[in-house]
Design a protein around this ligand. Structure first.
Ligand SMILES: CC(C)(COP(=O)(O)OP(=O)(O)OC[C@H]1O[C@@H](n2cnc3c(N)ncnc32)[C@H](O)[C@@H]1OP(=O)(O)O)[C@@H](O)C(=O)NCCC(=O)NCCS
Length: 182
């Protein structure tokens, strides 16, 4: 899966990304809306192996985001299949994790917009979902900016997060393939 945008390239993970992505996943601010929070380098390695397997199996996945002008590693973004742990599943989910120094530059919107266009035109998907903890304001703002919509009736609890933890309540966003992409 290769996607090019004006400033970025989305591409499969390379060996050189492992250390850079491990640093992103070791940042408590980046991982503040994840439960449990930070990942060890070994956990990042396992995650990337799973991403590679997913890409091989489905032909799409959660991939690396690189800046074109200098080759800088920005983070990870892409599409993943979900099972029935998400209400109404299975779904194809869009997700993102960018290094903190790259936030608020429009990179996530640019990469995610191109990823959705790829989902409609190349993969022929009819719908993509996103979900996050209800208190994840940046991620929710991004989903809204992308035109994704949530229905409070579809709010759900992530049962892997302990009761009483503020990260347990989750919101589900959906976006349908626009008619002009058909
Ligand atoms: C969510 C995330 C990917 C956003 O990346 P980004 O590159 O900063 O986002 P963009 O600059 O493309 O902004 C997209 C929209 O989201 C809004 N947004 C981004 N960060 C925001 C914040 N901290 N608070 C409010 N809105 C925010 C922007 O204002 C923009 O909307 P606008 O164009 O109407 O202003 C980034 O904050 C991140 O990696 N967070 C940690 C990982 C994470 O929580 N992932 C999701 C777990 S489910």
């Amino acid at each position: 899966m290769f996607i090019e945008t004006p400033r970025l390239v989305l591409r499969p993970w390379a060996e050189r990304d492992i250390e850079a992505f491990a640093l992103v996943n070791a940042d408590p601010e980046v991982r503040r809306y994840y439960y449990p929070a930070i990942l060890t380098p070994a956990e990042t390695c396992t995650m990337l192996a799973e991403c590679d397997r997913h890409l091989q199996t489905h032909g799409f996945g959660f991939v690396a985001v690189e800046r074109k002008e200098d080759g800088a590693f920005i983070g990870g973004l892409g599409l993943s299949s979900t099972g029935d742990e998400i209400p109404g599943g299975p779904h194809v989910e869009i997700g993102w994790i960018l290094g903190r120094e790259h936030w608020r530059k429009g990179y996530a919107f640019e990469a995610a917009s191109a990823c959705l266009a790829y989902a409609w035109s190349t993969l022929g998907l009819l719908q993509v979902i996103g979900y996050t903890s209800s208190i994840n304001t940046p991620s929710r703002a991004l989903m809204q900016r992308l035109g994704m919509r949530s229905d409070p009736q579809e709010d759900f609890l992530d049962v892997t997060v302990p009761e009483g933890n503020p990260l347990r309540p989750h919101v589900l966003y959906r976006i349908d393939r626009p008619t002009q992409a058909i």
